[in-house]
Design a protein around this ligand. Sequence first.
Ligand SMILES: Cc1cc2nc3c(=O)[nH]c(=O)nc-3n(C[C@H](O)[C@H](O)[C@H](O)COP(=O)(O)OP(=O)(O)OC[C@H]3O[C@@H](n4cnc5c(N)ncnc54)[C@H](O)[C@@H]3O)c2cc1C
Length: 360
Amino acid sequence: MCWTWSKPPARGYCGRYGAVTRGDCELQALNTLHLRARARGLQRVADLDTLRAALRSAGALGLPVIPLGQGSNVVLCEQLEALVLKLEMRGKTVLSEDSEQVCLRVAAGEDWHGLVVWCLDQGYYGLENLALIPGTVGAAPIQNIGAYGRELAPFVSAVHALRCADGSELLLSREDCEFGYRDSVFKHRLRDAVVITHLDLQLPRRDLPDCSYPGLQQQLVQQSGAGPATARAVFDAVVALRRAKLPDPAREHNAGSFFKNPMVDRARAEQMRRDFPALPVYPVEGAAKLSAAWLIEQAGWKGVRRDGVGVHPGHALVLVNYGADDGDRLLQLARDIQSSVAARFAIELEIEPRVYGRME
Ligand SMILES: Cc1cc2nc3c(=O)[nH]c(=O)nc-3n(C[C@H](O)[C@H](O)[C@H](O)COP(=O)(O)OP(=O)(O)OC[C@H]3O[C@@H](n4cnc5c(N)ncnc54)[C@H](O)[C@@H]3O)c2cc1C
């Protein structure tokens, strides 16, 4: 069944039209929060020609595109007036390699954790602290993924993308990406403007892991004593810590940390430390990061469950869809948490996942 764009499909319809599936395309299986949402179009993209064709179709239909990897950092609400591009491009290429370092080009649809495992097996180091972060390689630069004392940014040499407006190519250096804490140019000047197709990474070939993160050190000592750690040991420790601490989205639907740790200047951090001596404060260049989890727990939200959504009992930063399947209810909970933290601590919590749909 085909239809022209001037005549929208009946609600509930989802059919193929050319390369693009259009109509009410169900997205519940495509996001780790398992929220019910529909899009005007859905296209699975496994190569650049398909991506260019999809961008042309979206332009012709006057629809914005929403690139989607594994949907582990999005809140999808109701009807998305957009063409969703499910990015599934695969491939890893060694561009150059010597005894010191390797340069890799990795396609956007590759699984991030799969890449971390592969790199370790090849003797390419540096990514081990970022093990088990869900999602695709193409999404990793969007929020400059980070965990256990490391971020993606220092390993990125270039990001390849296509402009949504005309499908033309764009090459960004690390500096062009303007990486920050859970931040990059893709959340600002290039927000909704590009689809990342490949990531170039430059990784050391020397096994000199970063074990500076306090919880990681403890786990390493517990795991293998006080001797010098290897990247493999750090990987094992990170996997063990994450498995023990974070709810598995397959069983308890979530998007990881729902709020960013708030950044404040040093003077404010000192004041907060005086007022709340137990508050964890992490110094960063010229500023300080406060523990959002602590603020939320102190405001009484840890373990609270209502209307089929809730705050995980073991991890106050993680909001869980317990069966409401409704993005609006989840966002209402998030807003109530933000209000109560603001009222108690005068700190604004920022939502980390990207929100799409009518509540955006
Ligand atoms: C249990 C759990 C634990 C997590 N732990 C961490 C953690 O420790 N550290 C951390 O940083 N994050 C963490 N996250 C968040 C998430 O894993 C990352 O943000 C990840 O990079 C998202 O990848 P994705 O493919 O699922 O992106 P999606 O959720 O599909 O997309 C996220 C955003 O990126 C955009 N996007 C995706 N792909 C592309 C592309 N190719 N081109 C342009 N835009 C694109 C989307 O449009 C959307 O705006 C966690 C999430 C979960 C569920």
